[in-house]
Write a protein that binds this ligand. Structure first.
Ligand code: ADP
Ligand code: MG
Length: 404
């Protein structure tokens, strides 16, 4: 029988991210070695922090919820205290663009100063839930410091995997096998063993979704140290971990997505100009596909869920309209449990609560669709355009934003 308690994930799975410095605080709790470090938010504190840490070389690292910081100029090695301050000044407040932030980048509000480590060898170590085999998988590789996605695509044999049965936990032979395959020496085994075991415990205890240490470095004196730390958690389990929830940094999250969450709506921002209000994730996907098929580009999708009411629809319009790129809103709702006439009334109510100054293209189908069409027609509101079906709705929406 499968252990159902850990692996049942709900469809709307979300993850909660934390910063590197926070992930490293957790590493300390689990006995995973890290360099000494301190997070600061003001460059004036940089020298003091570096002095406290000690040593003669420091890494000054941008703290954002995205990786690839080094390549983007968000990680600098300072050789003296003056450089520590200079780099902290440079990085704090910069708009850091990395392969993971998207072209708009991310504002750096926090910097982590940590002791510089003399790197003898770089490895990768990570843990994820492998959906195909339905167990957590530990991965190690000699290709540390590289983009692991690239390694996986080009030289998958260089990623060594251990599938872990959660009823038995990570077994010693699995750790030995990984150590052997990445070419570790006998004298390095013990340290590696505890490193792997502690990482596994952290992953399982804290309901992590992913943990990545890239690079995991081996020092000249055979110590393993986590130089980077990425940890994200399964949102659905966070009710069990109040201390981790406190680590959430709202400044790193999309404000409109946060606001939508408060009202039970799920909103995802995209780059186009057609706002999409839908019910259900499947309909959201097909709505975006058909808009693209008609030559348009969705600005977002907002899922009002099963309980669309006038107030949720109004809130939805408000959130969608906060994005200045939105030039039309396509309301594409299939009435099953929620009846179309209620949605139609909801739309009318919503336009009274929130001023909508772009065309609203409405496609309502399913239960009571005819009644809904009559309600909208009789209301005779100038910027509401009714569509006969999905294709028609998409076409009208793309036309409303100026066509293909
Ligand atoms: P990212 O993966 O976001 O680029 P990392 O924390 O991996 O950020 O840092 C990028 C690179 O900077 C690392 O691969 C490593 O070579 C170097 N680096 C990071 N921290 C330190 C440190 N404390 N001492 C020495 N080098 C470091
Ligand atoms: Mg890294």
């Amino acid at each position: 029988m499968k252990p159902a308690f850990i692996f049942i994930k709900n469809q709307k799975e979300k993850i909660m991210k934390i910063h590197e410095y926070q992930a490293k605080e957790l590493f300390v709790k689990y006995g995973i070695p890290i360099p000494l470090g301190k997070m600061i938010q003001n460059p004036e504190e940089a020298k003091e922090a570096a002095k406290e840490i000690g040593g003669g070389i420091w890494a000054v690292k941008a703290q954002i919820h995205a990786g690839g910081r080094g390549k983007g100029g968000g990680v600098k090695l300072a050789k003296n205290l003056t450089e520590v301050k200079e780099y902290a000044e440079e990085i704090l407040g910069m708009n850091l663009i990395t392969a993971q932030t998207g072209p708009e980048g991310q504002l750096v509000r926090k910097v982590y100063i940590e002791g510089g480590v003399d790197i003898a060898k770089e490895f990768y170590m990570g843990m994820v839930l492998d959906r195909a085999s339905e167990v957590p998988v530990m991965m190690v590789s000699t290709e540390g410091g590289m983009e692991i996605e690239k390694v996986a695509a080009e030289t998958p044999e260089k990623i060594i995997k251990a599938k872990i049965d959660p009823l038995f936990g990570l077994q010693s032979f699995q750790i030995m096998e990984m150590a052997y395959k990445i070419g570790l020496h006998k004298s390095q085994m013990k340290e590696f063993y505890f490193f792997a075991k502690n990482l596994y415990d952290l992953y399982m205890d804290l309901n992590a979704d992913i943990v990545e240490i890239n690079p995991l470095v081996l020092t000249a004196d055979d110590k393993f140290i986590a130089l980077d730390a990425k940890v994200a958690f399964d949102d659905n389990a966070m009710f069990k971990h109040k201390d981790i929830v406190e680590m959430r940094d709202f400044a790193e999250e999309e404000p409109a997505e946060l606001e939508a969450g408060k009202y039970g709506l799920s909103y995802v921002k995209l780059d186009g100009n057609v706002g999409c209000m839908v019910n259900g994730a499947g309909l959201a996907m097909s709505t975006m596909d058909i808009i693209k098929h008609e030559g348009g580009n969705p600005a977002n999708f907002l899922d009002v869920g099963g309980a669309a009411s006038p107030s949720t629809v109004a809130k939805g319009f408000e959130i969608i309209l906060k994005d200045p790129n939105v030039k039309a809103i396509f309301v594409n709702i299939f009435g099953g449990i929620v009846r179309c006439d209620r949605i139609a009334n909801g739309i009318l109510e919503a336009t009274k609560i929130t001023e909508v100054n772009v065309p609203i293209i409405v496609r309502l189908d399913g239960t009571n669709a005819e009644e809904a069409a009559i309600i909208l027609k009789e209301a005779n509101i100038e910027n509401i355009i009714t569509a006969v079906d999905l294709a028609d709705g998409a076409k009208l929406s793309v036309e409303a934003v100026g066509g293909k």
